[in-house]
Ligand binder design. Structure first.
Ligand code: MG
Ligand code: MG
Length: 288
Protein backbone atom coordinates (compact mmCIF):
# COMPACT_ATOMS: atom_id res chain seq x y z
CA UNK A 1 0.00 0.00 0.00
CA UNK A 2 2.87 2.40 0.67
CA UNK A 3 5.03 3.18 -2.35
CA UNK A 4 8.53 1.94 -1.66
CA UNK A 5 9.98 5.40 -1.52
CA UNK A 6 7.08 7.26 0.10
CA UNK A 7 8.48 9.80 2.50
CA UNK A 8 7.05 11.60 5.50
CA UNK A 9 8.85 14.93 5.58
CA UNK A 10 9.41 16.87 8.78
CA UNK A 11 8.74 20.58 9.28
CA UNK A 12 10.54 23.18 11.36
CA UNK A 13 8.64 24.77 14.27
CA UNK A 14 8.00 28.01 12.36
CA UNK A 15 6.51 25.96 9.53
CA UNK A 16 4.18 24.12 11.89
CA UNK A 17 3.11 27.46 13.37
CA UNK A 18 2.14 28.64 9.87
CA UNK A 19 0.14 25.44 9.40
CA UNK A 20 -1.55 26.11 12.75
CA UNK A 21 -2.68 29.51 11.47
CA UNK A 22 -4.21 27.76 8.45
CA UNK A 23 -5.69 25.16 10.79
CA UNK A 24 -7.43 27.76 12.92
CA UNK A 25 -8.96 29.29 9.79
CA UNK A 26 -10.31 25.87 8.79
CA UNK A 27 -11.56 25.13 12.33
CA UNK A 28 -13.45 28.40 12.70
CA UNK A 29 -14.88 28.08 9.18
CA UNK A 30 -16.18 24.57 9.87
CA UNK A 31 -17.68 25.82 13.12
CA UNK A 32 -19.50 28.61 11.26
CA UNK A 33 -20.77 26.21 8.60
CA UNK A 34 -21.99 23.72 11.21
CA UNK A 35 -23.92 26.43 13.08
CA UNK A 36 -25.51 27.78 9.89
CA UNK A 37 -26.45 24.40 8.39
CA UNK A 38 -30.15 24.46 9.28
CA UNK A 39 -33.03 23.01 7.27
CA UNK A 40 -33.70 25.03 4.13
CA UNK A 41 -30.20 26.30 3.49
CA UNK A 42 -28.52 25.06 0.31
CA UNK A 43 -25.11 23.43 0.17
CA UNK A 44 -24.10 26.24 -2.21
CA UNK A 45 -24.98 28.83 0.45
CA UNK A 46 -22.79 26.97 2.94
CA UNK A 47 -20.00 27.15 0.38
CA UNK A 48 -20.43 30.93 0.09
CA UNK A 49 -20.27 31.27 3.90
CA UNK A 50 -17.09 29.24 4.03
CA UNK A 51 -15.43 31.28 1.29
CA UNK A 52 -16.29 34.53 3.09
CA UNK A 53 -14.97 33.11 6.36
CA UNK A 54 -11.64 32.04 4.87
CA UNK A 55 -11.05 35.20 2.84
CA UNK A 56 -12.16 37.35 5.79
CA UNK A 57 -9.36 35.82 7.88
CA UNK A 58 -6.75 36.68 5.25
CA UNK A 59 -6.40 33.10 4.02
CA UNK A 60 -7.21 31.35 0.75
CA UNK A 61 -9.43 28.30 0.19
CA UNK A 62 -7.30 25.41 -1.06
CA UNK A 63 -9.87 23.27 -2.85
CA UNK A 64 -10.08 25.62 -5.89
CA UNK A 65 -6.43 24.70 -6.52
CA UNK A 66 -7.50 21.15 -7.34
CA UNK A 67 -7.75 21.13 -11.17
CA UNK A 68 -11.36 21.32 -12.31
CA UNK A 69 -12.79 22.16 -8.86
CA UNK A 70 -13.98 25.68 -8.12
CA UNK A 71 -15.72 25.41 -4.74
CA UNK A 72 -14.46 26.12 -1.21
CA UNK A 73 -16.06 23.08 0.42
CA UNK A 74 -17.04 19.55 -0.35
CA UNK A 75 -20.49 18.89 1.12
CA UNK A 76 -21.52 15.24 1.08
CA UNK A 77 -25.10 14.46 2.14
CA UNK A 78 -26.38 11.08 3.42
CA UNK A 79 -25.17 8.32 1.05
CA UNK A 80 -22.52 10.64 -0.42
CA UNK A 81 -19.19 9.87 1.28
CA UNK A 82 -16.81 12.55 0.05
CA UNK A 83 -16.29 15.14 -2.70
CA UNK A 84 -19.92 16.29 -2.86
CA UNK A 85 -20.21 19.47 -4.91
CA UNK A 86 -22.02 22.42 -3.28
CA UNK A 87 -25.03 23.60 -5.23
CA UNK A 88 -28.81 24.03 -5.19
CA UNK A 89 -29.54 21.10 -2.88
CA UNK A 90 -31.52 22.18 0.19
CA UNK A 91 -30.75 20.51 3.49
CA UNK A 92 -33.50 18.81 5.51
CA UNK A 93 -33.76 17.92 9.18
CA UNK A 94 -32.19 14.53 9.71
CA UNK A 95 -29.75 14.77 6.81
CA UNK A 96 -26.29 13.44 7.69
CA UNK A 97 -23.92 16.03 6.25
CA UNK A 98 -20.13 15.85 5.91
CA UNK A 99 -18.28 19.10 5.25
CA UNK A 100 -14.65 19.08 4.13
CA UNK A 101 -12.60 22.30 4.07
CA UNK A 102 -9.04 23.37 3.33
CA UNK A 103 -7.22 26.69 3.64
CA UNK A 104 -3.79 28.14 2.86
CA UNK A 105 -1.86 30.69 4.94
CA UNK A 106 1.56 31.88 3.68
CA UNK A 107 1.71 28.84 1.40
CA UNK A 108 0.97 26.33 4.20
CA UNK A 109 -2.08 24.06 4.10
CA UNK A 110 -4.58 22.69 6.60
CA UNK A 111 -7.42 20.27 5.84
CA UNK A 112 -10.29 19.05 8.04
CA UNK A 113 -13.79 17.59 7.86
CA UNK A 114 -16.76 17.25 10.21
CA UNK A 115 -20.06 15.39 10.03
CA UNK A 116 -23.31 16.46 11.70
CA UNK A 117 -27.07 15.88 11.61
CA UNK A 118 -29.13 18.81 10.31
CA UNK A 119 -31.50 19.90 13.07
CA UNK A 120 -29.20 18.57 15.78
CA UNK A 121 -28.93 15.16 17.36
CA UNK A 122 -32.65 15.04 18.20
CA UNK A 123 -33.37 15.06 14.45
CA UNK A 124 -31.02 12.14 13.76
CA UNK A 125 -31.70 8.40 13.75
CA UNK A 126 -29.97 6.27 16.39
CA UNK A 127 -28.02 4.53 13.63
CA UNK A 128 -26.75 7.77 12.11
CA UNK A 129 -25.73 9.20 15.47
CA UNK A 130 -23.88 6.00 16.42
CA UNK A 131 -22.13 5.96 13.03
CA UNK A 132 -21.07 9.56 13.41
CA UNK A 133 -19.70 9.04 16.91
CA UNK A 134 -17.90 5.87 15.82
CA UNK A 135 -16.25 7.75 12.96
CA UNK A 136 -15.21 10.66 15.18
CA UNK A 137 -13.78 8.26 17.76
CA UNK A 138 -11.90 6.41 15.01
CA UNK A 139 -10.31 9.69 13.93
CA UNK A 140 -9.08 10.36 17.47
CA UNK A 141 -7.85 6.79 17.83
CA UNK A 142 -5.83 7.37 14.65
CA UNK A 143 -4.55 10.70 15.98
CA UNK A 144 -3.29 9.13 19.20
CA UNK A 145 -1.41 6.51 17.13
CA UNK A 146 0.42 9.31 15.25
CA UNK A 147 3.46 9.68 17.44
CA UNK A 148 7.22 9.74 17.33
CA UNK A 149 8.56 6.23 16.84
CA UNK A 150 5.35 4.72 15.45
CA UNK A 151 4.84 4.15 11.75
CA UNK A 152 2.18 5.70 9.51
CA UNK A 153 0.57 2.28 9.05
CA UNK A 154 -0.13 2.16 12.80
CA UNK A 155 -2.73 4.89 12.25
CA UNK A 156 -4.75 2.58 9.97
CA UNK A 157 -4.55 -0.23 12.50
CA UNK A 158 -5.85 2.09 15.24
CA UNK A 159 -8.74 3.31 13.06
CA UNK A 160 -9.74 -0.23 12.13
CA UNK A 161 -9.55 -1.41 15.75
CA UNK A 162 -11.67 1.53 16.92
CA UNK A 163 -14.36 0.72 14.34
CA UNK A 164 -14.34 -2.96 15.29
CA UNK A 165 -14.96 -1.99 18.91
CA UNK A 166 -17.72 0.41 17.91
CA UNK A 167 -19.47 -2.35 15.96
CA UNK A 168 -19.48 -4.57 19.02
CA UNK A 169 -20.91 -1.78 21.17
CA UNK A 170 -23.56 -0.74 18.63
CA UNK A 171 -24.77 -4.25 17.96
CA UNK A 172 -25.69 -4.43 21.61
CA UNK A 173 -27.32 -1.01 21.65
CA UNK A 174 -29.40 -0.80 18.46
CA UNK A 175 -32.44 -2.95 19.18
CA UNK A 176 -30.13 -5.96 19.30
CA UNK A 177 -29.77 -5.83 15.50
CA UNK A 178 -26.33 -6.60 14.14
CA UNK A 179 -24.42 -3.53 13.16
CA UNK A 180 -21.83 -3.66 10.37
CA UNK A 181 -19.85 -0.58 9.52
CA UNK A 182 -17.92 -0.33 6.29
CA UNK A 183 -14.52 1.36 6.21
CA UNK A 184 -14.53 3.08 2.83
CA UNK A 185 -11.94 1.72 0.42
CA UNK A 186 -10.09 3.77 -2.14
CA UNK A 187 -9.78 6.93 -0.05
CA UNK A 188 -7.33 7.69 2.70
CA UNK A 189 -5.49 10.46 4.54
CA UNK A 190 -2.26 12.06 3.37
CA UNK A 191 0.83 14.01 4.21
CA UNK A 192 0.26 17.78 4.16
CA UNK A 193 2.36 20.93 4.20
CA UNK A 194 3.28 23.14 1.24
CA UNK A 195 0.65 21.16 -0.69
CA UNK A 196 -2.67 19.75 0.49
CA UNK A 197 -1.97 16.22 -0.72
CA UNK A 198 1.54 14.92 -0.11
CA UNK A 199 3.24 11.61 0.58
CA UNK A 200 2.59 9.34 2.30
CA UNK A 201 -0.94 7.95 2.09
CA UNK A 202 -2.44 7.52 5.56
CA UNK A 203 -4.52 4.32 5.65
CA UNK A 204 -7.79 3.78 7.50
CA UNK A 205 -7.23 0.02 7.75
CA UNK A 206 -4.48 -2.29 8.94
CA UNK A 207 -1.86 -2.75 6.23
CA UNK A 208 1.00 -5.22 6.00
CA UNK A 209 3.69 -2.62 5.32
CA UNK A 210 3.86 -0.23 8.28
CA UNK A 211 5.13 2.56 6.05
CA UNK A 212 7.38 5.50 6.95
CA UNK A 213 8.43 6.09 10.51
CA UNK A 214 6.82 9.03 12.32
CA UNK A 215 9.24 11.68 13.59
CA UNK A 216 9.05 15.02 15.35
CA UNK A 217 7.95 17.67 12.82
CA UNK A 218 5.78 15.30 10.78
CA UNK A 219 2.29 16.44 9.75
CA UNK A 220 -0.53 14.43 8.21
CA UNK A 221 -4.26 14.62 7.57
CA UNK A 222 -6.06 11.64 9.10
CA UNK A 223 -9.56 11.08 7.69
CA UNK A 224 -11.63 7.95 8.33
CA UNK A 225 -14.75 7.53 6.16
CA UNK A 226 -17.21 5.01 7.57
CA UNK A 227 -20.59 3.77 6.29
CA UNK A 228 -23.60 1.94 7.67
CA UNK A 229 -23.01 -0.78 5.10
CA UNK A 230 -20.78 -1.15 2.10
CA UNK A 231 -17.09 -0.23 1.88
CA UNK A 232 -17.50 0.35 -1.85
CA UNK A 233 -18.31 3.65 -3.52
CA UNK A 234 -19.05 4.75 -7.05
CA UNK A 235 -18.67 8.17 -8.67
CA UNK A 236 -21.83 10.09 -9.47
CA UNK A 237 -22.34 11.57 -12.94
CA UNK A 238 -21.07 14.93 -11.69
CA UNK A 239 -17.60 13.37 -11.86
CA UNK A 240 -16.76 14.20 -8.24
CA UNK A 241 -19.20 12.86 -5.64
CA UNK A 242 -18.36 9.43 -4.26
CA UNK A 243 -21.45 7.65 -2.91
CA UNK A 244 -21.95 4.24 -1.29
CA UNK A 245 -22.95 1.51 -3.75
CA UNK A 246 -25.67 0.24 -1.40
CA UNK A 247 -27.10 3.68 -0.57
CA UNK A 248 -26.08 3.43 3.07
CA UNK A 249 -25.22 6.64 4.89
CA UNK A 250 -21.65 7.68 5.56
CA UNK A 251 -19.67 9.87 7.95
CA UNK A 252 -16.28 11.52 7.44
CA UNK A 253 -14.07 13.20 10.03
CA UNK A 254 -10.64 14.69 9.41
CA UNK A 255 -7.95 16.64 11.23
CA UNK A 256 -4.52 17.90 10.27
CA UNK A 257 -2.11 16.82 13.03
CA UNK A 258 1.55 17.53 13.79
CA UNK A 259 4.09 15.81 16.03
CA UNK A 260 6.10 18.16 18.23
CA UNK A 261 8.86 17.46 20.74
CA UNK A 262 6.31 17.36 23.55
CA UNK A 263 3.41 15.54 21.91
CA UNK A 264 0.61 16.09 19.42
CA UNK A 265 -0.78 19.33 18.07
CA UNK A 266 -4.12 18.99 16.30
CA UNK A 267 -3.74 21.95 13.98
CA UNK A 268 -7.39 22.04 12.85
CA UNK A 269 -8.96 21.77 16.33
CA UNK A 270 -9.78 25.11 17.96
CA UNK A 271 -8.20 23.94 21.23
CA UNK A 272 -5.30 22.22 19.46
CA UNK A 273 -6.76 18.87 20.48
CA UNK A 274 -6.26 19.43 24.20
CA UNK A 275 -9.63 18.15 25.45
CA UNK A 276 -9.84 15.03 23.28
CA UNK A 277 -6.18 14.10 23.81
CA UNK A 278 -6.55 14.52 27.55
CA UNK A 279 -9.62 12.26 27.53
CA UNK A 280 -7.64 9.56 25.70
CA UNK A 281 -4.35 9.85 27.57
CA UNK A 282 -2.66 11.24 24.46
CA UNK A 283 0.16 13.79 24.82
CA UNK A 284 -0.91 17.37 24.09
CA UNK A 285 2.12 19.23 22.78
CA UNK A 286 1.43 22.59 21.17
CA UNK A 287 4.24 24.92 20.18
CA UNK A 288 4.30 28.36 21.80
MG1 MG B 1 -10.27 17.21 3.62
MG1 MG C 1 -7.71 15.42 3.32
Amino acid sequence: MFGRRERLETKAPHELRAMRRAGLVVASTLETVTIQAAAGITTGQLDDLARESILGQGARPSFPEVPGYRHTLCVSVNEAVVHGIPGERKLHDGDLVSVDCGAIVDGWHADAAVTFVVGGDEAGSAQDLALNEATRHALWAGIVAFRDGNHVGDIGAAVEESIAQAMQRSSAGLDGRPCAYGIVEGFEGHGIGRAMHMEPGVPNVRVRDRGPRIRVGAAVAIEPMITLGSSDTYDLEDGWTAATVDGSRAAHWEHTVAVTRTGLWVLTALDGGQAELLARGGPFGPLD
